[in-house]
Write a protein that binds this ligand. Structure first.
Ligand SMILES: *[C@@H]1O[C@H](CO)[C@@H](O)[C@H](O)[C@H]1NC(C)=O
Ligand SMILES: *[C@@H]1O[C@H](CO)[C@@H](O)[C@H](O)[C@H]1NC(C)=O
Ligand SMILES: *[C@@H]1O[C@H](CO)[C@@H](O)[C@H](O)[C@H]1NC(C)=O
Ligand SMILES: *[C@@H]1O[C@H](CO)[C@@H](O)[C@H](O)[C@H]1NC(C)=O
Length: 394
C-alpha cells in the first residue's frame, strides 16, 4: 500500500468519527443494503464529447455559439445547448460542475476534474486530428493526465493559499466517484476507415482490454467507486444516418439504422462482461454499469409520448433529411459580402428536441436521461447513484 493511501484511511476515519455520522468509508465491509449514502467529495471523469465540459475547447478552440445558448447563454465548452449528463450528475451529488483539466483559465478543481475531450477514443488513433477528427487525448492519455494531476495536487496544496481552495484534498481521490463515458468514437473510427461491421466487431475486445486497463490503473492509485456508462444508440444519430447512407440503409420502424444499433449493443454486451471481470480482479471496487443505451433508445422511440418532437432531426444544423451536413455543422458561418453569417443555427425550441447537432443531445434530453438513471433503475447493480460506493456481493 502506498503511503498516500494510508493517509487517506486515517483522514477518512477521522472524518467519519468526528464530522458526521452519515459520512462513511466507501469500502466498508460488503453490505447488501445500507441506508448510508456515499457523500462523494469529488468526481473524476474520463470520456468523449458526451461528457466534455470544455477540454477540447480549451486545447483546440471553443465549440461555437449556439452551443451553450440555453443554460450558459454563451459557448461553455460543451457540445450541447446546455448541460450534459455529467453536469446533472455533479449537481445531483451536490458538487460544482467539473472544470476541464486542460482549461487553465478560471478552473476550480477542488471537487474533481474532467479529463474527457470531444472526439476521444479508448484506443489511440493512428491518424492526426486534422486527418480524422478524433482527439489525440485518448483514454490512456487521460489517465496520464489524471495521474499527474493527482500527484501535483498533493504537492501544490501543501503550498497553501489559493492552491488549497482550488485543488482536491488527498483523500478525495480514494473517496471520489470515477465516471466513464467513452467508446462511441472507437466504433465510428472503424466505419470512417470503410471497415465492415465484422471488422469493427473484431477490434472491440482490444478496445475493452485497453478500457479495463485504465480502470485497473485508477484502482491501483486508490480509486474505488466507478460509474461506467455504456454507449448510446449510434444508429439513431443524424450523423450516422447521413454520414454512412449505404451502411445505414437498413432502417427500423423508428427510423434508426439497425446495423449501427446492433454494433452498439454488441459493444455494450462486451463492456458488461468486461465489468464483471473487473469486479473479480478488483475486489474492493464498486463498479456500476449504467445502461445509457436503453434510456436514450426509449427517449427516441417514445419521443412524442414524452413531450419531445422530431427525435431524428438535429436541432442545430443545416439542411438535408436530418438537418445535418458534415460541412456545415452547428454554428458554422459563411462570409457573404464581407459579413459573417451563421448558416447552421439552432431550432426554435431546443427544450422539445432530443438531438442537438447531429451527434450530441440537447440539455432537455440529457436532463431526462439523468432523471432515469439517478435511482439505479438502469444500473447494474440496481442501486441509486448516491450509493454507488457500495461493494455488492456478486
Ligand atoms: C495503430 O497501429 C498499431 C501498429 O500497427 C496497431 O497495433 C493499432 O491497433 C492501431 N490502432 C488503431 C486504432 O487502429
Ligand atoms: C472552488 O470551489 C469551491 C467549491 O465550490 C469553493 O469553496 C472555493 O472557494 C473555490 N475556490 C476559489 C479559489 O474560488
Ligand atoms: C472509403 O471509401 C470512400 C468511397 O469509396 C473513399 O472515398 C475513401 O477514400 C475511403 N476511405 C478510406 C480511409 O479508405
Ligand atoms: C426511477 O425514476 C424514474 C424517473 O423518475 C421512474 O420512472 C422509475 O419508476 C424509478 N424507478 C424506481 C425503481 O424507483
Amino acid at each position: 500500500m502506498e503511503p498516500c493511501y494510508l493517509k487517506y484511511i486515517t483522514l477518512s476515519l477521522n472524518l467519519a468519527l468526528s464530522i458526521s455520522a452519515v459520512t462513511s468509508l466507501p469500502n466498508s465491509p460488503k453490505t447488501k443494503t445500507s441506508l448510508k449514502t456515499c457523500n462523494f467529495p469529488a468526481i473524476f471523469n474520463f470520456g468523449d464529447s458526451n461528457s466534455d465540459t470544455g477540454g477540447l475547447s480549451a486545447a483546440f478552440g471553443q465549440a461555437p455559439y449556439p452551443n451553450g445558448e440555453t443554460f450558459f447563454h454563451s459557448p461553455a465548452g460543451r457540445f450541447s445547448d446546455g448541460r450534459l449528463i455529467i453536469d446533472f450528475i455533479a449537481q445531483g451529488l451536490g458538487l460544482p460542475y467539473l472544470s476541464p483539466y486542460l482549461d487553465s483559465v478560471g478552473s476550480n478543481f477542488s471537487h474533481g476534474a474532467n479529463f474527457a475531450t470531444a472526439g476521444s477514443t479508448v484506443r489511440p488513433q493512428n491518424t492526426t486530428m486534422s486527418q480524422s477528427g478524433y482527439s489525440p487525448i485518448s483514454i490512456d492519455v487521460q489517465f496520464v493526465q489524471y495521474s499527474d494531476f493527482r500527484r501535483r495536487s498533493s504537492v501544490f496544496r501543501k503550498r497553501g493559499g489559493v492552491y488549497e481552495k482550488l485543488l482536491p484534498m488527498d483523500y478525495y481521490f480514494a473517496k471520489a466517484l470515477y465516471t466513464f463515458d467513452i467508446g462511441q468514437n472507437d466504433l465510428t473510427s472503424g466505419f470512417k476507415q470503410n471497415m465492415t461491421f465484422d471488422q469493427v466487431k473484431a477490434y472491440i475486445p482490444d478496445v475493452l482490454r485497453q478500457f479495463s486497463n485504465v480502470i485497473k490503473n485508477v484502482y491501483a492509485q486508490g480509486g474505488r467507486s466507478f460509474w461506467v456508462h455504456n454507449t448510446g444508440p449510434l444508429g439513431c444519430l443524424p450523423y450516422t444516418l447521413d454520414r454512412f447512407p449505404i451502411m445505414a440503409a437498413r432502417i427500423d420502424n423508428h427510423g434508426c439504422a439497425t446495423p449501427f444499433n446492433d454494433v452498439a449493443r454488441f459493444f455494450n454486451s462486451r463492456l458488461k462482461e468486461a465489468v464483471v471481470r473487473l469486479r473479480k480482479d478488483l475486489p474492493l471496487a464498486a463498479i456500476t454499469y449504467v445502461d445509457i443505451y436503453s434510456v436514450k433508445h426509449s427517449l427516441i422511440t417514445q419521443a412524442k409520448k414524452l413531450g419531445f418532437e422530431n427525435p431524428l432531426l438535429a436541432c442545430c444544423g443545416h439542411g438535408g433529411k436530418y438537418n445535418y451536413d458534415k460541412n456545415r455543422k452547428c454554428g458554422s458561418k459563411v462570409t457573404v459580402n464581407g459579413k459573417e453569417i451563421v448558416v447552421a443555427k439552432s431550432c426554435k425550441v431546443p427544450s422539445v428536441r432530443i438531438n442537438w447537432d447531429g451527434v450530441h443531445y440537447t440539455e432537455a434530453a440529457n436532463n431526462w436521461v439523468y432523471d432515469q438513471i439517478i435511482n439505479g433503475s438502469y444500473s447494474d447493480p440496481p442501486i441509486p447513484m448516491k450509493m454507488a460506493c457500495r461493494v455488492m456481493d456478486h
